[in-house]
Design a protein around this ligand. Structure first.
Ligand code: C2E
Ligand code: MG
Ligand code: MG
Ligand code: MG
Length: 291
């Protein structure tokens, strides 16, 4: 069989090709079943307050416990879900699971906010804020316990609809975060006009921050800009103590990254968290000047 390029860059198959030979289609039908069979799992990564060293929230990151291919990361199936109608049931599944897990850790005396990633299609659907409200109510969670992470791409995809959804969600009390900031095309105008609580600096700028003057300049600029607009700043992809220290000194509010913890199921996180304070704090300014 042969694939031919369609006019819009879509691969059109000739009659001799069975539709199941397209990996995209295969993963879509499998994912539909996976949602029903509860094959998806959430791992959580701590968000650490850089001034206290305490975890104040966690980000939910979806994985697929595939029956034959093992544990798949989101980059292997979220794009396929986004191209079909599946990202709406996927996001709703993640929201329900995350808020249910949150009730469990709440009962153990842990009050972490939970962050959930949303896609462009969620924001442009029109019904998303209403569905989120229903899911919050069913879970018995307060809107302040939830943060929704929106990428710059999702904001620019259908800008007016996305902005309306963000205003509505924020009006309900949900925190809105701009994810992967610095890699997309969010205009400063959007950030200025939207009720954004948090800006997350993309890890592309953070991973080499202690080695690169340019990255340090970019990170400093994003911190200043975000604070000027009333947003808190989280650095993603913090992999070293040196980076954590520099970010703290530079006024970054919080951080996430393998240095603190890798994403993992929440019970493991609770155990690890109880045993090990993740940041060696307090960090004195004199310590910082040596790094
Ligand atoms: P993201 O929201 O920017 O999530 C951060 C990603 O960086 C995660 O990858 C995380 O494991 C990884 N990461 C965290 N700390 C470090 C570090 O120190 N170093 C490095 N190299 N990587 C680090 P993951 O779990 O593979 O997720 C990738 C992307 O998939 C996410 O990027 C998010 O855009 C998307 N995603 C994850 N879960 C969901 C979901 O439930 N729904 C939707 N729509 N998208 C999701
Ligand atoms: Mg995220
Ligand atoms: Mg991110
Ligand atoms: Mg990222």
């Amino acid at each position: 069989y042969e694939g031919k390029r369609g006019t819009e860059g879509v691969v059109v198959f000739t009659e001799s090709s069975a539709p199941t030979t397209s990996p995209g289609l295969l993963i879509q039908s499998e994912l539909r079943l996976a949602l029903e069979a509860d094959e998806l799992v959430l791992h959580y990564q701590p968000k650490v307050d850089l001034s206290s060293g305490l975890t104040f929230g966690v980000e939910a990151l979806v994985r697929w416990q595939h029956p034959s291919r093992g544990l798949l990361g989101p980059l292997e199936f979220v794009p396929a879900a986004e191209q079909s109608g599946l990202v709406e049931p996927l996001t709703e599944w993640v929201l329900r699971r995350a808020l249910a897990d949150q009730q469990h850790w709440n009962r153990r005396g842990v009050d972490w906010q939970v962050s959930v990633n949303v896609s462009a299609r969620n924001l442009s659907s029109g019904s998303f804020p209403r569905r989120v409200k229903a899911i919050l109510e069913a879970a018995g969670a307060r809107p302040e316990q939830l943060c929704l992470e929106v990428t710059e791409t999702a904001l620019s995809a259908n800008a007016d609809a996305a902005a309306a959804a963000i205003v509505e969600l924020s009006g309900m009390g949900i925190a809105i975060s701009i994810d992967d900031f610095g890699t997309g095309y969010t205009s400063l105008w959007q950030i200025r006009t939207l009720p954004v609580a948090e800006v997350k600096i993309d890890r592309a700028f953070v991973s080499d921050v202690t080695e690169s003057d340019h990255d340090r300049s970019i990170v400093q600029a994003i911190i200043g800009l975000s604070h000027g607009l009333g947003c808190t700043v989280t650095a993603e992809g913090v992999e070293s103590e040196a980076a954590a220290r520099w970010l703290r000194l530079t006024g970054c509010d919080s951080a996430q990254g393998f240095y603190f913890a890798r994403p993992r199921p929440w019970p493991e996180l609770l155990e690890h968290h109880a045993g090990l304070p993740p940041v060696p704090l307090p960090i004195e300014l004199s310590d910082l000047s040596e790094t």
